[in-house]
Design a protein around this ligand. Structure first.
Ligand code: 5GP
Ligand code: ZN
Length: 136
């Protein structure tokens, strides 16, 4: 898509620190890293939402994610990784081109789990969980 920043990076029109790629997806360092080594894994073809991804780019995307997590952890001496997708503007997605955030984490870094975004959850009603499971 012409005015999409990640399409421009994919086309080589905007520079980025590209870490890995295959025919359908690639990974590059985030320009405003949350922690050192923060990376984005992105399909080469423009799609806005996870549900729009076709099987081949979907496999490429998640294969890159799986391969990169241990590589990044070793490179930046991280102890873990927050793997996150803001899927849709309601979920905080700012660039409307699918991307998986890989954010290296260290023991005691103080950021906590992404659950912390939502405050303290209450135990769900079991019947309601059953009804919801049927609906989904
Ligand atoms: P979102 O909020 O859409 O999930 O995340 C978008 C991410 O893209 C942000 O972390 C932001 O720093 C990153 N980003 C936006 N523009 C650029 C860019 O031009 N180059 C790189 N490397 N990252 C970008
Ligand atoms: Zn795009």
């Amino acid at each position: 898509m012409a005015d999409c920043v990640f399409c421009k990076i994919a086309a080589g029109d905007i520079p980025a620190a590209i870490i890995d790629e295959d025919d359908h997806a690639f990974a590059f360092l985030d320009i405003r890293p949350l922690t050192r080594g923060h990376m984005l894994v992105v399909p080469k073809e423009h799609v806005a939402r996870l549900a729009d991804l076709k099987e081949t780019p979907r496999r490429s995307l998640w294969d890159l994610v799986h391969g990169l997590v241990p590589r990044i952890e070793e490179s930046v001496s991280a102890d873990g990784m927050t793997v996150a997708v803001n899927d849709g503007s309601a979920a905080g997605q700012e660039v409307p081109h699918v991307h998986v955030h890989l954010v290296p984490r260290k023991k005691g870094d103080g950021y906590g789990p992404i659950h912390a975004l939502f405050g303290t959850p209450k135990e769900a009603d079991k019947k309601e969980l059953g009804i919801l499971a049927e609906q989904i």
